[in-house]
Design a protein around this ligand. Structure first.
Ligand SMILES: *Cc1c(COP(=O)(O)O)cnc(C)c1O
Length: 380
């Protein structure tokens, strides 16, 4: 049996909505479907304002522009994340300060965040790895005490919650991804959530997203023509993509429950190996509602990890490592960071395997993955 790592799931409504977007003649940004999607996000996740963007990368870039990050500012984030998290701050000239992660969730270690706060720290960027929340209540308290912004990289975490509140809505801003590898997709797309009623932040976001113009005010009928009013770029996605996304978000809870079934089955089959200490696997702490974006296992060392991936591959199953910690990457080393600085992050970088998990996965496919993995783990 051949099991890919990921398989895109379509709900069946995508072509109808895309065709409709085309026949409406609104294929550029901010058309009919963009409005439907932003309203759905605002209502379902309880967000004051959601701006659809061309990617999560761009949402992160916008967030740092909006809060006016500049050279000399420091931004604390995990190293166990995607390059976009760091690039967005680096593009504004900020200094990136990497905090280690918590061994239990692979999310930012809040005690290490506290140790790394200085007088120049402006923002903290929690990344909700695998769709499982950071300890947001505690982080929010600390950010308040030190006067820091929280920009959530919630690229993995659309439709996941912490203590009943949607991820992406805990910080002043949150960034979602609808990239083709995520849970709810449109190919390339994202959203910037603004979680305050601060008119200035919302207006700044609108201007930055609309090429530095007050086009948003024009669309709302507040001005009779729009013009250049500030710096900005082009971050509004095509309405064709938003039509595709609307089809997905309309049934997001059913997508999540299909993924949960895979997660639950894997957890059940792997429990005894965890009890025997052979592996650890995705851990969803109390208070977290996951969207089951990733299912990972942690092996005891890099050699066993590579062997598991290799043996799964021989059986036709694609399983992957994940982030090369940013501080040990080529760019991280160029910036002056070194191996040895963040031990928990480095261990996750060496020992983690992501197993195939996708929305339309059949019972036979799940069973084959677990039978194969059991066979491998039994002799380790
Ligand atoms: C996927 C991802 C991004 C980037 O998302 P895009 O929409 O592809 O730009 C950013 N951060 C994390 C943690 C991601 O996994």
């Amino acid at each position: 049996m051949i099991i890919p790592f990921n398989k895109i799931y379509y709900t069946g409504k995508e072509m109808e909505y895309i065709g409709d977007a085309i026949s409406r003649g609104q294929v550029s940004g901010d058309g009919y479907y963009t409005k439907l999607v932003s309203t759905l996000i605002e209502e379902e996740f309880n967000v004051p304002r959601a701006f659809l963007t061309t990617s999560a990368t761009h949402a992160l870039e916008m967030a740092f522009m909006i809060i006016g990050i500049k050279p000399g500012d420091e931004v604390i984030m995990p190293s166990f994340t995607f390059s976009s998290t760091a690039n967005a701050a680096l593009l504004r000239g900020a200094k990136i300060v990497f905090a280690d992660i918590d061994d239990k969730t692979l999310n930012i270690d809040i005690d290490d965040v506290i140790r790394k706060i200085t007088g120049r720290t402006r923002a903290v960027v929690p990344v909700h790895y695998a769709g499982i929340s950071c300890e947001m209540d505690r982080l929010a308290d600390i950010a308040r005490d030190y006067g820091l912004y929280i920009i959530e990289d919630a690229a993995h975490a659309v439709n996941a919650k912490y203590r009943g509140k949607s991820l992406g809505t805990w910080g002043q801003m949150g960034c979602y991804s609808f990239h083709g590898t995520k849970n709810y997709i449109c190919g390339e797309g994202g959203a910037l959530l603004i979680n305050t009623d601060d008119k200035n932040l919302i207006e700044a976001a609108g201007i930055i997203r609309q090429k530095g113009t007050d086009r948003d005010k024009f669309l709302n009928g507040e001005v009779d023509k729009y013009s250049w009013v500030g710096t900005g770029s082009s971050y509004a996605p095509s309405d064709i993509l938003m039509a595709l996304l609307y089809a997905q978000l309309q049934v997001m809870d059913s997508i999540t429950s299909k993924r949960k079934a895979v997660h639950d089955y894997y957890s059940c089959r792997l429990k005894r190996f965890a009890e025997e200490g052979v592996i650890r696997f995705t851990n969803i702490p109390e208070g977290c509602e996951s969207n089951y974006h990733i299912f990972y296992i942690l092996l005891k060392d890099e050699e066993s990890r590579d062997m598991v991936i290799e043996r799964l591959k021989e059986k036709g199953i694609s399983a992957y490592t994940h982030f090369v910690p940013l501080h040990t990457s080529v760019m991280g080393q160029t910036l002056g960071y070194r191996e040895g600085q963040l031990p928990v992050t480095e261990r996750a970088g060496r020992c983690l395997v992501r197993l195939p998990i996708y929305t339309g996965m059949t019972a036979l496919e799940m069973e084959y993955v677990m039978d194969s993995l059991e066979e491998i783990l039994r002799v380790m």
